[in-house]
Design a protein around this ligand. Structure first.
Ligand SMILES: C[S@@+](CC[C@H](N)C(=O)[O-])C[C@H]1O[C@@H](n2cnc3c(N)ncnc32)[C@H](O)[C@@H]1O
Length: 406
């Protein structure tokens, strides 16, 4: 395995790996010592020989290995942060049997490090170009306990089942029965599941015929091909080249793109919620609530130039939730507050009913804050119970920490 290789590795490669690992720890993506050791061992740049070596070790950088005719990336070696996040979600122990759906070679090598000589890794991809590359990489780097298979992941790999862990590394809109049935009871399935346009890598635990989530994080992945293909479609509402603005539809009603495009050209209307987020606080839980509460809420995606010209206030690569009603729409936004570390949530509306739609979105932001957001308060040790808010109390020598849910 790579211990032999790393002795022969020039210092600069090892330095790049060490720096990457340090960054993954600081980002909270790699947490357990065994995962850290695996990421320190694998010479991932050998899987993307055409890319600049330092880039392949950047935590957020995926190495794109295939793009389809429409320009969509369909294969990559995933970014180190995403790989580490999923591997931590999977909680892999020595001796386990693991199936990876969507290959690249690198992630399979990390999995092989974690399961060790007594374990088994099967990695599969629908594309033989990808599996050939993965095989070459695994051979060069000396990982012999990995079986590489070319097939559609829809059916899993029954020949080597059951698996203690299944890690899906391609965006899925559904979970085929094979993934559940090829998992041991209590086994974990980690899958980037797209729900109403937003993809979250979710760790599920098998409980008979059902899966129960044990943590999720927002992410982006290349789309599924084959039997399970189910892509998001883009409805462009502004198609000037280089500053396109569109709505990503995931079973959402087809919008009146012309009317919304015209609405985008009209002055914006803003509505503010009074609800604030800390500067480093993710809107992930809020967005899950908005997705639950509102039906016609596709993500609005925009090219950076559209933002620079002031057409839209946000150009997030994953898109921002936008509520559509006829020829009007409103999307989530933030503005600074007097406190430099906090931002106020609000909505920007356009169109004849822009004000009403923006207010509807703001009402749901307020509902999340009021009814669905956890609050954490800290009181000095010794504070009597009747002076504490209702909630779960965690007593420490100096403090009483209260976690409360509305
Ligand atoms: C992000 S890449 C995998 C990266 C890899 N896990 C790594 O980082 O080492 C996703 C892969 O999923 C593959 N894929 C897409 N649809 C698939 C399917 N139905 N079954 C198996 N693989 C599929 C693509 O060909 C692509 O190579």
């Amino acid at each position: 395995m790579t211990t032999e290789n790393s002795d022969k590795t020039p210092a600069s490669e090892q330095e790049l790996r060490d720096t990457m690992v340090q960054q993954l720890i600081e980002l909270g993506a790699a947490r357990s010592p065994r995962v850290v050791a695996a990421f320190r061992s694998v010479p991932r740049h050998l899987a993307a020989p055409d890319d600049e070596m330092a880039k392949v070790y950047e935590p957020e950088q995926a190495a794109i290995t295939k793009t389809d005719a429409s320009g969509t990336h369909i294969s990559s070696v995933s970014a180190p942060r995403i790989q580490a996040m999923q591997i931590e979600q999977a909680d892999i122990q020595a001796g386990m049997s693991v199936l990876e759906i969507g290959s690249g070679g690198v992630n399979a090598a990390y999995l092989a490090e974690l399961v060790g000589e007594q374990g088994q890794v099967v990695t599969m991809d629908i594309d033989s170009y990808v599996t050939e590359r993965a095989k070459d990489f695994l051979k060069t780097t000396g990982y012999r306990n990995v079986t590489v298979i070319t097939a559609d992941g829809e059916n899993g790999v029954p020949a080597h089942a059951p698996y203690d862990r299944i890690i899906v590394t391609v965006q899925a809109a559904d979970i085929p029965p094979a993934w559940i049935h090829q998992l041991t009871e209590g086994g974990r399935l980690v899958v980037p599941l797209r729900m109403r346009g937003m993809t979250r890598t979710i760790a599920f635990v098998r409980d008979g015929e059902r899966l129960v989530s044990d943590g999720f994080e927002l992410c982006g992945f290349v789309p599924m091909q084959g039997v399970g293909e189910n892509r998001v479609s883009l409805a462009l509402i502004h198609d000037t080249e280089g500053e396109e603005v569109g709505l990503r539809l995931d079973s959402h009603p087809e919008p009146d793109a012309e009317a919304l495009g015209a609405a985008l050209q009209t002055p914006r209307i803003t509505a503010w919620s009074g609800v604030t987020l800390a500067g480093d606080e993710s809107s992930e839980h809020l967005d899950l609530w908005l997705t639950t509460a509102l039906d016609n809420l596709p993500l609005m995606a925009a090219k950076p130039a559209a933002r620079q010209r002031g057409l839209v206030a946000s150009a997030s690569p994953l898109g921002v939730p936008a509520l559509v009603e006829g020829g009007s729409f409103a999307y989530r936004t933030v503005r600074p507050t007097d406190d430099p570390d906090r931002f106020e949530l609000g909505a920007i509306g356009h169109g004849p009913a822009g004000q009403k739609v923006a207010e509807l979105l703001v009402e749901e932001i307020q509902a999340w804050d009021r009814d669905h957001r956890a609050h954490i308060e800290v009181y000095p040790a010794g504070t009597p119970d009747d002076q504490l808010p209702a909630g779960r109390i965690i007593d420490r020598p100096h403090t009483r920490v209260i976690i409360s849910w509305p």
